[in-house]
Write a protein that binds this ligand. Sequence first.
Ligand SMILES: Cc1cc2nc3c(=O)[nH]c(=O)nc-3n(C[C@H](O)[C@H](O)[C@H](O)COP(=O)(O)OP(=O)(O)OC[C@H]3O[C@@H](n4cnc5c(N)ncnc54)[C@H](O)[C@@H]3O)c2cc1C
Length: 378
Amino acid sequence: MSRPYDVIVVGLGVMGCAAAYTLARRGHRVLGLDRFVPPHQNGSSHGNTRMIREAYFEDPLYVPLVRRAYQLWEELGRDAGGKTFLRKTGGVYIGPPESATVTGALDSAMRYRIPHEVLSAGKLHRRFPSLTPFDDWVGVLELRAGVLFAEPIIEAYLELARLKGAEFKVGDPVRSVEPAGGSVRVATEQAVYEAPQAIVAAGAWMPQLLGDLSLPLTIERQVSHWFDPSRDEASFGMDRMPVTIWEYKESQYFFSLPDAGDGVKVGLHHGGAITTPDDVDRTVSADELARISDMLRRFMPYAKGHHRGSVTCLYTNTPDGDFIVDRHPAIPGVIVMSPCSGHGFKFASVLAECVADLLADRAPAFDVSAFSLARFAK
Ligand SMILES: Cc1cc2nc3c(=O)[nH]c(=O)nc-3n(C[C@H](O)[C@H](O)[C@H](O)COP(=O)(O)OP(=O)(O)OC[C@H]3O[C@@H](n4cnc5c(N)ncnc54)[C@H](O)[C@@H]3O)c2cc1C
């Protein structure tokens, strides 16, 4: 018989770890389960760094959420004894003036009075010599955007949650999540656990774990690459280079993050092969490397020095690109918290707060109705 838990968290990527810590901090007895040993490289939360940005071009609805997330990332640093998990570098959204990235970032910036500047291509290059946009493109610059340190965040969440009494059992896949009287029964390959409530944050494994829900998710293979600059290294450092998103063709994106000690990180946002977490091809091909090298030659030519390495990662996409944060319709004690469509990391801290409120039957401080499961039925 396992010890009594209040909440079982299935999946310990950034979402599950954030939830486990937030709940343990609120006094819940938490059990966290993962099929691997987190932080690991098989899901969606690895690769050293993640972008955080406020002038959210995808939809202004994310701005209040990300504002709270900024506070919580800083709070996590304090809880961890003064560590830095968020480094503000500034961020630029680059493309033709009429592109959705530029107009969307401006819309969010103006609606929420986010300090920003619109820079011509020439001004952008003079301000950030590492960036060479086409002459008729513009950049929307915001200063609060920056970088989150992914694996250290997961390690900190796990350690701090343990200090608050949470237990973790890892390397043991969950096979089922089912109702059991008024409780939730979670069966792994090796054991069966019960608790009044559970959170399922299994990322790309969500469709197989919650097969009954027929979630309309697609799992997309993504690759991040790291390069040493070929010259002018200082202009690629975290104190000189902003994070960037380039809409180089309609709805096609290239991104970069400054050198955090492991090279400049670059990649394409979306456009990857549709796959499953068990079948994904983790080998990076010469063609993929040639494609990203072309992007660099065009937009950040001096970033393309020695290729340090590439890593595959997974996006779990909903049809509308928004998240899922909702109660399981058939198992009332279960909250589904995950599919983050390739932009969820920055929100893990605040979504964990929302989920903890939902579990306590309180309305979250932010409206998460856009992340409901019911929207897929429409
Ligand atoms: C290349 C790349 C770049 C990105 N860049 C950004 C960015 O700049 N900014 C941003 O905000 N977001 C970004 N994202 C998105 C963000 O990283 C993800 O939204 C986020 O990490 C998803 O976290 P998760 O916890 O939902 O999933 P995961 O990290 O995949 O965690 C799911 C966990 O569940 C476990 N699990 C699955 N099935 C089971 C089971 N049956 N039993 C037990 N455990 C199980 C897995 O082992 C895993 O640990 C990026 C993603 C990728 C791939």
